[in-house]
Design a binder for this molecule. Sequence first.
Ligand code: DQA
Length: 136
Amino acid sequence: KKLIIINGPNLNLLGKREPNIYGSLSFTEFLEEVKTKYTDVEIDYYQSNIEGEIIDKLHEVGFSYHGIILNAAAYTHTSVGIGDAVKAIETPVVEVHISNTFNREEFRHQSFISPNAKGVVLGFGLQSYELAIQSF
Ligand code: DQA
């Protein structure tokens, strides 16, 4: 099974960014761990701070991969374009967030991804990604 994790803006700073909310492990460290744990799946990784690049990547993988794990970060709450891309592709998308966006600011309570996602995992720290992997 071929899966891809797509991370949106500022997630390249994981480990350094607001560690009280997002933890102190970098994503590459975490990913290495996860890859050794889930050997029956192939896990690709892509991160971009640019909205259009995330849309391009969804188009690229969205008709051939088995599953997409998407943390669109701040674009979750703003991007009609990423929401439309999720709807346009065939590969199921599981939306992921590290933090529980519902116990944070009001503007984080809206998601343009959720209506077209297969499911949503949020609030479990980096473990949210693992739960999403297990769902495929
Ligand atoms: C986030 C939550 C978003 O509200 C925020 O903008 C992020 C990260 C999370 O994983 O908790 O950048 O998607």
